[in-house]
Design a protein. Structure first.
Length: 233
């Protein structure tokens, strides 16, 4: 099956703008509120959640996963084929990196600077597992229960909240994690810390897949997810 170029382009574009929101708002927050970490996190989380809502609403008719774990679960559920999944994941990773470079440049920083922000330890890894499981339940619970038109608001709301109730601030996305290694700013993660985060996200993806299959064994209204797209996050 040939992968339509516009689907990969949508994933690249959406992930790029998502990462621009994460990194750019982190830089802006640290400059506007340099002495208040709580306010910085609030500004960062609100910008990220709002951007997710807007991007999913805009790109959902084409493709709007923006997350390799979500794409892998879509593949496991039979919503897309292996070739499509591989192409979309590649677009997500490349889009995320492009988004970080763009955000760095917008704020007068070097295009690429590896982060020195160490994020490591069992508590943070557990948080990433939990954050990813919750994200998958929100996405596929909304879609598989016949409410795909509400998924943008569900995801935006969940990510905004998960910034605060997880110790890792809910990366929950391998493409975003990779992208955040190349910015030494508020949102960055040191490259040595990234592999464990990604492994935790993949474990969360496997657990989330099993939970989704148990809670929503069938689609409530299959017509809600068009047969030529069948994606959404």
């Amino acid at each position: 099956m040939r992968v339509p170029g516009r689907r990969a382009a949508a994933e690249f574009t959406g992930t790029a703008f998502l990462v621009m929101a994460v990194v750019g708002s982190g830089v802006m927050a640290s400059r506007l509120s340099p002495d208040d970490a709580g306010l910085q996190l609030l500004q960062n989380s609100l910008a990220t959640g709002a951007a997710l809502v807007a991007l999913i609403v805009a790109l959902q008719p084409v493709s709007a996963s923006f997350n390799p774990v979500v794409t892998l679960v879509e593949r496991a559920l039979g919503m897309i084929d292996t070739t499509t999944a591989g192409a979309l994941i590649a677009a997500q990773v490349l889009g995320g990196l492009a988004g970080t470079v763009a955000a760095n440049l917008m704020f007068g920083l070097d295009a690429v600077t590896f982060s020195t922000h160490q994020r490591s330890g069992p508590a943070l890894w557990l948080a990433e597992v939990i954050a990813t499981v919750g994200l998958l339940v929100v996405i596929f619970g909304t879609v598989r229960s016949g409410r795909a038109d509400r998924v943008a608001f569900a995801v935006g709301g969940y990510i905004t909240a998960a910034y605060w109730f997880t110790s890792s601030t809910s990366f929950a996305n391998p493409a975003v994690t990779i992208a955040r290694t190349v910015t030494d700013t508020f949102a960055g993660i040191a490259p040595p810390s990234a592999p464990a985060f990604i492994l935790a996200q993949l474990l969360g993806g496997a657990a989330g897949y099993l939970l989704v299959r148990f809670l929503y064994p069938t689609l409530a209204t299959p017509a809600v997810v068009p047969s030529d797209r069948k994606v959404l996050s």
